[in-house]
Design a protein around this ligand. Structure first.
Ligand code: NAD
Length: 494
């Protein structure tokens, strides 16, 4: 990719987006639209349909009809595989267009978006396409006069609700396994990052996915998301987003048909640095990128740095140096390392956390303020706060922005205790040359993923899911398929 191609794409006008229902582009039932504000410059980029409850009900009805008549679930596995493989090819063929469109409304730096968005989405769709004809039912070890068969059936209609930080990647984590197993899906992208995901959904139709199997509705979470959550015709909710919304989805399920609810929520992930780390310079650089890339808007971001007291000051200085060297700015420049915060609301929330941290006795080592205000965009300097106590707001609450809190520890036991001292359990990291200690830390810290002598990064072969209030179930890997199937027993007397 060169900068010229990106500049050419960004100069094109961005079309208005409608819903995708029953294979057709459909405006909101009352004609309403929402402005899409680009975080790059704060300007209106385009509009999307502002969905109504009626729109969402139409999408659910379309998905239900598609599921019941077997137009997708009833196709031979090889046929479904072919469509999904074609879809992955189309995503790849349109990768730059998708990445630029996504960056224009969500603000992720393009270098990261190119890797984490279309590239990863295509790989995910392909992974589940390849898997779908290798998933067998089972024969139970019953008595000889019985045949016990265990069928793996699609669940029915899946509601997929997606956040704004990596819409294509996270969208594909739900769509890949759900569609591969024969379900129909109703997709609800984020209000502030829907464009690339809506375009990716269109490509599924181009690839030959039958109309109604994948419907996508834009609009406000409290309107269309709530309708999806409360529907009696949706069997599974697959959600990534905040804990507050996750709680609501559980309530919706309880108030309606007790649908299954899978939650991939936030984190407050500890990155733990021991003095015996194999390479402290590398640890410092990775600690900085592990919190500051995508302006901290990464669910597994290492937002709590726990540093052994003996190296605290030198190590913090090295992380600050690495942070200050990162280029913040226009996310559509290939050399930008930290793009825009997704919205003004999120930027103000981030700045609020900095003020609270100061009031609670934290010291700002670097950053702490909005920058590049003359662009009209939403940019924040990477921020490091030291002296963060175990009960401080910066320890206990997810910021989801470029703010790193630092706490020092004296012993391995204390490090584990601090690491486990929040309601979250999504990710963590440990840096040490001591193999036994590394394994003890992996066992001792309660998270869905632990990184050892690295931070962040993982491919589709391993699950990602949180414990505690970071969620349940897992995206990625063959394990994710379990969310989108029912087990049915056939008990046959011979
Ligand atoms: P959010 O909860 O505000 O929104 C997520 C989605 O839920 C959006 O599509 C939104 O429209 C919808 N929504 C909002 N209110 C709703 C309601 N009442 N009913 C139904 N749907 C509703 O989250 P966000 O701010 O977009 O995303 C940031 C959060 O996502 C952070 O907490 C982050 O840690 C988390 N996240 C987690 C993972 C993971 O894999 N665990 C990955 C990425 C992001």
């Amino acid at each position: 990719m060169d900068q010229h191609q990106i500049d050419t794409l960004r100069a094109l006008p961005v079309p208005a987006f409608a819903h995708l229902i029953d294979g057709k582009h459909v405006a909101a039932s009352d004609g309403a639209t929402m402005d899409v504000i680009s975080p790059i410059d704060g300007q209106v980029l385009t509009t999307t349909a502002k969905g109504t409850a009626r729109d969402m009900e139409a999408a659910i009805a379309s998905a239900r009809a598609a599921f019941e008549d077997g137009r997708w679930a009833g196709q031979p596995p090889a046929a479904r595989k072919k469509v999904l493989m074609k879809w992955a090819d189309l995503i790849e063929a349109n990768a730059l267009e998708l990445a630029v469109l996504g960056v224009q409304d969500n603000g992720t730096e393009i270098s990261m978006a190119l890797k984490a968005e279309p590239g990863s989405a295509a790989a995910t769709i392909r992974y589940y396409a390849e898997a779908l004809d290798k998933i067998y039912g089972e024969i139970a070890p019953t008595a000889s006069d019985i045949l016990g068969l265990i069928h793996k059936e699609p669940v029915g209609v899946v509601g997929a609700i997606i956040p704004w930080n990596f819409p294509l990647m996270i969208g594909a984590w739900k769509l890949g396994p759900a569609l591969a197993m024969g379900n129909s899906v109703v997709l609800k992208p984020s209000e502030t990052a829907s464009l690339s995901l809506m375009r990716m959904a269109e490509l599924a139709l181009e690839a030959g996915l039958p109309p109604g199997v994948l419907n996508a509705v834009t609009g406000e979470g409290r309107v269309v998301g709530e309708t999806l959550g409360l529907s009696m015709d949706v069997d599974v909710l697959a959600f990534t987003g905040s804990g507050a919304t996750g709680r609501r989805l559980m309530e919706y399920a309880a108030r309606s048909n007790m649908k299954r609810v899978y939650l991939e929520l936030g984190g407050k992930s500890p990155n733990i640095i021991f003095a015996d780390a194999p390479n402290l310079d590398e640890a410092a650089t990775v600690a900085a990128s592990g919190i500051f890339r995508n302006a901290g808007q990464v669910c597994v971001a290492g937002s709590r740095l726990l540093v052994e007291a003996a190296i605290h000051d030198d190590f913090v200085a090295a992380v600050a140096k690495a942070a200050e060297a990162m280029r913040v700015g226009d996310p559509l420049q290939m050399n930008t390392q930290i793009g825009a915060v997704n919205s003004d609301i999120q930027l103000q929330a981030n700045l609020g956390f900095v003020e609270t941290a100061k009031a609670e006795g934290g010291q700002i080592i670097t950053g702490g303020e909005r920058i590049l205000q003359d662009t009209g965009g939403f940019y924040m300097a990477p921020t490091i706060v030291t002296g963060v106590t175990p009960d401080a707001t910066l320890t206990q609450k997810e910021v989801f922005g470029p703010v790193l809190g630092v706490t020092s520890f004296a012993t391995e036991e204390e490090a584990v205790h601090l690491a486990n001292g929040t309601v979250y359990g999504l990710a963590g990291g440990v840096w040490t040359s001591n193999l036994s200690r590394a394994h003890r830390m992996v066992r001792g810290v309660r998270t869905g993923v632990m990184h050892v002598n690295t931070y962040g990064g993982a491919d589709g072969t391993v699950p990602l899911g949180g414990v505690g209030q970071s969620g349940n179930g897992a995206d990625k890997s063959l394990h994710a398929i379990e969310k989108y199937i029912n087990l049915k027993t056939a008990w046959i007397k011979l």
